[in-house]
Design a protein around this ligand. Structure first.
Ligand code: HGY
Ligand code: MN
Ligand code: MN
Length: 410
């Protein structure tokens, strides 16, 4: 058969998505499947079974990353088809899971037609892409790319003080360094867009040219707990009132900087009881921008605001910038393979950059990489309303299939 006519099995892909979405399902139709939890283990066990059933040779590395290898006619560097199956809290069914299961569907389709590609293929499920339970994000792909040491990754603790390495061992997915994914001749990641651009232009597919820069900062405010009643306002050192100034400052700075976004997503006030002035606040600040210098200046602005608020309110404010993912353009040959595949399928497609972080960023640091997006309904993601139409999901998987064939036969 002419490979050009090849198409994935839509119904099989959708059925696998539904089955995986049942693991960690939330009442509102979403998923909570945080990295290295029992739900993550159950999802991994299911994926391992599916990969084995698809005749992939499955291996697990020292970060728990799962790789299923499909032999090619030649030996040597593989074409990696990757994403993640961990989610945020009350996230959607498609973020990450879609890319992993579409990659599995590509393998199943090639198996159905007895097609052996020249290069080997590797299906990869990266551990802890989201960085929600264990901050920062994309830790396994970052470690494989040499950005984090194993000790750093294994030593990260969640908010309950559980260590990454201990949790990896507990769920039975602590493997060996020798089992890390790659080496890759090329890396492809199919993902939902998680933004409004494709829907706004009426196109189902995105040809992703790069990922914006991201930087995460921990803000710690030390005030003074006191009684909410007898304490006169002018004598207070209210850490949460100080935090409110910082939160609106983050939003203001991002609004005033074109192409920037800023979010305080996580906050904890202590002692967090109704009749005590909060003495301590810890919270996150997430800035994103296509330019590295602007990212730096946004954090500099945060530091200046913190110094002013601290002086005004008699509190101390610590700013720890603990993670930065630089703006990353993808490899032009991989971007071209994606564009050619979409054109060959007569699919309307637009070129765009990703505002969300992905493992493909660190993959691009070490291998030629690229991404494919499909339309997100309402541009929504990281929420239970996350949705992509079945036709778009199938279209994206067919682009993955044909881009993979181009890269694996090239
Ligand atoms: O934060 C991100 O953009 C990704 O979802 N981890
Ligand atoms: Mn994702
Ligand atoms: Mn995500």
């Amino acid at each position: 058969m002419n490979h050009g006519e090849l198409r994935i099995d839509d119904a099989r892909l959708l059925a696998s998505l539904d089955e995986l979405a049942a693991i960690g399902a939330t009442a509102g139709g979403g998923v909570t499947r945080l990295a290295l939890t029992d739900d993550d283990r159950a999802a991994r066990d299911l994926l391992r079974r599916w990969m084995t059933d698809a005749d992939l040779a499955v291996r697990v590395d020292d970060f728990g990353t799962m790789t299923g290898r499909r032999a090619g006619r030649d030996v040597g560097p593989a074409v990696l088809l990757a994403s993640h199956i961990d989610s945020v809290r009350n996230g959607g069914q498609f973020d990450g899971a879609y890319g992993v299961l579409a990659a599995l569907e590509v393998v199943r389709t090639l198996n159905d037609h007895g097609i052996i590609t020249r290069r080997p293929l590797e299906l990869v499920n990266w551990t802890n892409e989201e960085g929600v339970r264990f901050e920062p994000a994309m830790m396994a792909s970052g470690a494989v790319a040499g950005r984090f040491t194993r000790d750093y990754v294994h030593g990260r603790v969640d908010r309950a003080g559980m260590r990454f390495g201990d949790e990896l061992r507990r769920i039975g997915y602590l493997g060996d360094e020798a089992n890390r994914p790659g080496p890759a001749a090329a890396y492809l990641e199919l993902h939902i867009e998680q933004g409004p651009a494709l829907e706004a232009t009426g196109q189902p597919v995105g040809i992703v040219e790069g990922i914006v820069g991201i930087t995460w900062t921990e803000v710690t405010i030390e005030g003074h707990s006191d009684h909410a009643g007898p304490s006169p306002m002018e004598l207070r050192h209210d850490a949460l009132a100080a935090a409110a100034r910082i939160i609106s400052g983050v939003e203001e700075a991002a609004r005033e900087t074109s192409d920037a976004v800023g979010t305080v997503g996580r906050i904890q006030a202590e002692p967090n009881v109704i009749n005590t002035i909060p003495g301590r606040v810890t919270m996150s600040a997430d800035f994103r921008h296509p330019g590295r210098e602007t990212l730096d200046s946004l954090v500099d602005g945060l530091r200046e605001l913190a110094a002013d608020v601290a002086a005004e309110r008699g509190v101390t404010i610590g700013i720890e910038r603990f993670w930065t993912s630089e703006p990353t353009p993808f490899d032009s040959s991989v971007v071209a393979a994606v564009a050619d595949a979409a054109a060959a399928l007569d699919l309307p497609a637009m070129r765009l950059w990703s505002g969300a972080g992905h493992d493909a960023k660190y993959a691009q640091d070490i291998w030629p990489s690229g991404m494919i997006f499909v339309r997100s309904a309402g541009g929504l993601s990281h929420c239970e309303d996350e949705f992509s139409a079945p036709a778009d999901l199938a279209a994206g998987a067919n682009v993955l299939l044909h881009a993979a064939l181009r890269l694996a036969e090239g």
